[in-house]
Each structure stands twice: as structure tokens, then as C-alpha cells.
Write a protein that binds this ligand. Structure first.
Ligand SMILES: [Zn+2]
Length: 77
């Protein structure tokens, strides 16, 4: 089971919980017994940094000189 991070607004506690992925968005009870603690979205590191191309485009063109994957230098099969 994945580990998710939750935040309780009542006592401002941050805690982690192992939950099934299908229930990750549901509110949980914090260690102090408050209901309604909500999931905290961790910082995404898997996303590309943008158009500057410092990261490898996911599902994009391997060609560095175009963005569409259809230019004459892409050399795609
Ligand atoms: Zn709490």
C-alpha cells in the first residue's frame, strides 16, 4: 500500500498513513482523534520542468529541435 501524507486542520498535525490507492482521497482521522484530516499532495518531482527542456519530455518527441515530433529531423519510424 502506498504511503500518503495527511494534514489535520484542527490540531495542525501532519501525519502519514498507509492506505489503498482507491481510498487515498478520503478524509481520515488524525492521531489525536479529529475527523476530516485531508490528504496533502506531495511535491511532484515526476513532471517535466516546462518548455525549457531541462527534463526529458514524457511521451513527447525525442527530437530536441521541434516540439511536435513530426519534423524532418526527428527520424521517427
Ligand atoms: Zn487533529
Amino acid at each position: 500500500m502506498p504511503l500518503y501524507e495527511y494534514f489535520c486542520q484542527r490540531c495542525e498535525a501532519k501525519f502519514e498513513l498507509l492506505r489503498p490507492m482507491s481510498r487515498s482521497e478520503e478524509p481520515v482521522t488524525c492521531p489525536s482523534g479529529h475527523e476530516g484530516a485531508e490528504r496533502v499532495l506531495s511535491t511532484f518531482s515526476s513532471f517535466s520542468k516546462g518548455a525549457d527542456g531541462l527534463s526529458t519530455p514524457v511521451g513527447g518527441s525525442p527530437c530536441t529541435s521541434c516540439a511536435s515530433g513530426t519534423c524532418s529531423t526527428c527520424n521517427l519510424a
